[in-house]
Design a protein around this ligand. Structure first.
Ligand code: UD1
Ligand code: MG
Length: 467
């Protein structure tokens, strides 16, 4: 633990520019709230305390990220970043330094934070040089390299607007000093009848003759605050690209790192291949030599060695055994399990069902609440009728069974080992093993039947459809 370090995270703002019912700091980035990314970094620094300032939809923010190691302070009225930090420090006897992080600067590199904490100076500000400084506070240096003050964009004159060195918002200062400097900022804000800026502490510290250090970010693109959806998608792409690069370095073959989305955790063995536009969510584990075709979505899935998921398949909370094949266009809903070498083909949906080793459902099938035995073959168009409108029932299909195409298996029902079900059967009673069972109207041919014909109207339409 770092006993001399206290972290304050600002997360009270509404994020008006997002135009969203969701508070800004809960907007997802890589499938997790922006604030969760900031907390992850904060925890890596092992501070003595972490205080999160919440305000807009405080309860919702607290519920989303709440944990034992966090202290929440409510800022009922958002009077500015200075006010927010001041509330976090009020009544606290913090000894040592305070590091202020922003809930809307989610990808802040650890290396930048470490650089800020290394400085000997009393006040350390993290800046960044960017090609487009619009929307951010500008660093006014005098002489160059010596931070004099920070000017918010709305207060900047034309010359200051041209400054491309911006304030990331992140700063570090001794707790007692910061409290005093903030108080001066409150007076200034009241005088201006405006927002209480955290950034005013720079000018105040300088007036006291205290040193102010400026640390410039090593990765300016990663410290940009997110205020609107354009900036959010910018950070999302940056994050996804970082993850794709990491996967590539760790030996995952990606068809295109720019068309890869990981919104959770992905583990993989050797020689796995992921085609374009695959989305991974939750926790996904791939064995060795797994192949995933384009456009697939996998959420909380385990895929064992040599399995292949063909294009445009959607899998959730499912397990694929070794050598399985799924898709194209398959949907595996929660509780689908395929044992070794099983196969699910196009337009097949499975839910809470298992396919034994080598079993196949190759086309157009619904398997719900079903257990299919080893090597069984499920014909095209087979439906397990598992729901009677009130309850779910199970279907059991034995080993080596053969279900003819377009059969409806009305659950609860059991098909014995080695049984054959004739095509088009509506099975309502159990089918015994090793026999043919079929339930369909017998076929007949009527040779004396005549096709009806229209009688032609006098002088009008002949009524002949072939005309
Ligand atoms: C702020 C900085 C600006 C910097 C930019 C970097 C100030 C005055 N300006 O501007 O110099 O370039 O960040 O991204 O600090 N918040 C509260 N309580 C409040 C107001 C804000 O908790 O009363 C939180 C917000 O939820 C957000 C963060 O503080 O997470 C920053 O607030 P925001 O309104 O986005 O400030 P910027 O205009 O981006
Ligand atoms: Mg901001």
């Amino acid at each position: 633990m770092n006993p001399g370090l206290h972290i304050v995270i600002l997360a009270a703002g509404k994020g008006t520019r997002m135009r969203s019912a969701l508070p800004k700091v809960l907007q997802p980035l890589g499938g997790r709230p922006m604030l969760a990314h900031v907390l992850e970094r904060a925890r890596t620094l092992s501070p003595a305390t972490i205080t999160v300032v919440v305000g807009h939809q405080a309860e919702r923010v607290r519920a989303a990220v709440g944990a034992e190691d966090l202290r929440f302070v409510e800022q009922v009225e958002q009077k500015g970043t200075g006010h927010a930090v001041s509330l976090a420090l009020n009544g606290q006897e913090f000894s040592g330094r305070v590091l202020v992080l922003y809930g809307d600067v989610p990808l802040i590199p650890l290396q930048d934070l470490e650089a800020c904490l290394q400085g000997e100076a009393d006040l350390v500000v993290l800046g960044a040089e960017v090609p487009d400084p619009r929307g951010y506070g500008r660093l006014v240096e005098h002489p160059p390299g010596h931070l004099e003050r920070i000017v918010e964009e709305r207060d900047a004159d034309a010359a200051q607007q041209r400054i491309r060195r911006i304030n990331t918002g992140i700063l570090c200062a001794p707790a007692a000093d910061l409290q005093r400097w903030l108080a001066a900022g409150e007076t200034e804000a009241a005088r201006r009848a405006g927002e209480w800026y955290l950034t005013d502490v720079v000018a105040t510290a300088r007036t006291e003759g205290r040193p102010v250090a400026l640390v410039m970010s090593a990765r300016p693109e990663a410290v940009l605050g997110v205020n609107d959806r354009l900036q959010l998608v910018g950070q999302e792409r940056l994050y996804q690209r970082e993850q794709a690069d990491r996967c590539l370095r760790d030996g995952l073959a990606l068809a295109d790192p720019a068309r890869f989305d990981l919104r959770g955790e992905l583990k993989f063995g050797e020689d796995c291949f992921v085609d374009i536009n695959v989305v991974f969510q939750g926790s996904v584990r791939l064995g060795d030599r797994v192949h995933i075709g384009p456009g697939c979505e996998l959420r909380d899935v385990v895929v064992e060695d040599d399995a292949c998921i063909h294009a445009y398949s959607v899998l959730e909370s499912s397990v694929l055994g070794p050598g399985c094949e799924v898709g194209p266009f398959a949907r595996l809903r929660p509780g689908a399990r395929l044992d070794a070498g099983a196969k699910v083909g196009n337009f097949v949906e499975m839910k809470n069902s298992t396919l034994g080793p080598g079993a196949k459902a190759s086309h157009l099938t619904y398997l719900g609440d079903a257990e299919v035995g080893p090597r069984a073959n499920i014909g095209a168009g087979t439906i397990t009728c598992n729901y009677d409108g009130a309850h779910k029932h199970r279907t059991r299909i034995g080993a080596d069974a053969f279900i003819g195409s377009n059969s409806s298996l009305v659950a609860p029902v059991t098909v014995g080992d080695g049984a054959t079900i004739g095509a088009g059967t509506v099975l309502t009673r159990d089918a015994p093993p090793d026999a043919l069972t079929l339930a369909r109207a017998p076929q007949q041919t009527l040779t004396d039947w005549e096709r009806p014909r229209k009688v032609p109207k006098a002088g009008g339409d002949s009524g002949d459809p072939q005309r």
